[in-house]
Design a protein. Structure first.
Ligand code: DLL
Length: 432
């Protein structure tokens, strides 16, 4: 059940003392080894000695993605390149990619955190882990891979793509744990059905899904279709990769591994730190990273910190499941809309397929939101009247949740492109 009971269940006072000690070391490392941090701290008149308690964290400068871009490729590294044994990077939609590096100790930390996360998600030595996160510069594939090996499980480094072959391997090799994005898990389920398989034909028992936002209703859909327990894993390249936070079987939020990271929630507009229980932008400080220590990294991910004890016995704070990113949040006629809200409504009605896309456009000064949803082939051949009714039901439900009017378009199966990695939920034509 636990990978490292001592640290996962460390009493909070001890956890905080450990955080403070590690925070001080991290701040020194940043100040003395990374010109960017020294300059940013000097501009705020802070020196490493000013950090005497955890509440002094708020004296430190924020770090943002453009800081990494401005120091492209290696300028944020706190060790010489000769100490870096692995490089990953994440491509944004614009500009240069973000480059992240790991020392041997960093890889060790990451493998430990991933072994811890996989255990928390129900995997153990003896399991066969079908790892369909992409291998390569993306941190998903190799991150899970090293954690699975550390755990002592048998890992299949299948990566993304070639879905039919994936399914054959999953069946023949007796995979028990599936790791991939939630949207790819659904796609796998769909292709399994097309190939004539039932969930009983597989040995899968759990799935550890992340790298993109997904709703509780999407979870239910995946659990039913694959006959597994599906849990949420969070992480980002700049911080370490997957394994920053992991949901436990209580399904009441993701434990952020506080012996290695400090989480804060801020108001994305003002930068002000918000109390536990408030929704806002997650900010993470790394406590043990050597090659790329991060001070108050603004993730742009929107969530809430849950400070109450968890029934699983782990003492680490939890993050509420992510509603989305502040930069994926759509503003439609002044109303904030997260794709996950619409996903939730669609899956709750349950009469469509779980594949959808949002098309945003502007006519004159009016924003238009069109929700494309797939319906099954049988439904699609139903009477026009039935389809019209379904459309109306969906529209009314979305409108009452979001408070804005939308257009709903029911489309044939396979109209919406499937993804092997992160799904593209929104097409915003307003900026093209
Ligand atoms: O997506 C790392 C990862 C790999 C996490 C595999 C989990 C599993 P990046 O490509 O740098 O790293 O993207 C990080 O993805 O800031 C979030 O916006 C989003 N994200 C990651 N996990 C979740 C999640 C990997 N569980 C960005 N829920 C993050 C919602 C997530 N969003």
């Amino acid at each position: 059940m636990y990978w490292n009971e001592k640290y996962e269940c460390l009493p909070r006072e001890e956890l905080k003392a450990l955080q403070l000690e590690r925070l001080k070391q991290t701040v020194e490392r940043c100040f003395y080894n990374v010109p960017h941090y020294r300059k940013a701290m000097q501009e705020l008149n802070v020196e490493p000695d000013d950090i005497q308690s955890l509440s002094d964290l708020s004296k430190l400068p924020f770090t943002v993605k453009t800081d990494l871009r401005d120091n492209y490729p290696y300028g944020m590294f706190a060790v010489p390149l000769s100490e870096v044994v692995r490089i990953h990077s994440s491509s944004g939609t614009t500009g240069k990619p973000t480059v992240v590096g790991y020392t041997r100790n960093d890889l060790n930390t990451w493998s430990e955190l991933m072994a811890r996360s996989l255990t928390c998600g129900g995997a153990a030595k003896g399991d066969v882990i079908h790892n369909a996160y992409g291998y390569g510069l993306f941190t998903g594939g190799l991150g899970v891979h090293y954690g699975a090996e550390r755990l002592g499980a048998s890992v299949i480094p299948i990566s993304g793509g070639n879905t039919k072959r994936q399914i054959m391997i999953m069946k023949d090799y007796g995979s028990t744990v599936l790791t991939c994005t939630p949207s790819y898990a659904l796609f796998l389920a769909e292709v399994m059905r097309e190939m004539g398989y039932k969930k009983e034909d597989f040995r899968l028992k759990c799935g550890i899904f992340g790298a993109e936002p997904w709703s509780d209703n999407m979870r239910e859909e995946i659990e039913n279709k694959l006959g597994i327990m599906a849990l949420d894993i969070y992480g980002l390249s700049e911080i370490i990769g997957p394994g920053v936070a992991m949901e436990c079987p209580e399904k009441q939020g993701l434990h952020i591994w506080e012996d290695h990271f400090i989480a804060e929630i801020i108001d994305p507009e003002t930068g002000e730190v918000l109390p536990p229980g408030s929704q806002g932008e997650l900010v993470i400080t790394s406590l043990t990273k050597e090659a790329l220590p991060m001070l108050r990294y603004r993730t742009r991910d929107i969530t809430m910190l849950i400070d109450e004890p968890c029934a699983c016995g782990r003492t680490h704070q939890r993050l509420f499941r992510f509603s989305g990113r502040s930069d994926d949040m759509l503003i439609i006629r002044g109303v904030n809309v997260f794709p996950s809200q619409i996903e939730s409504v669609l899956l709750e009605i349950g009469e469509t397929e779980p594949h959808y896309q949002l098309i945003v456009d502007r006519e004159g000064t009016m924003d238009n939101l069109e929700v494309w949803v797939e319906v099954s082939a049988e439904k699609f051949s139903d009477e026009v009247k039935m389809l019209e009714n379904l459309k109306r039901t969906i529209r009314a439900a979305i409108e009452s949740t979001l408070g804005i009017s939308v257009e709903v378009k029911l489309v044939e199966p396979k109209t919406i492109p499937r993804s092997e990695g992160k799904a593209k939920r929104v097409i915003d034509k307003r900026h093209i």
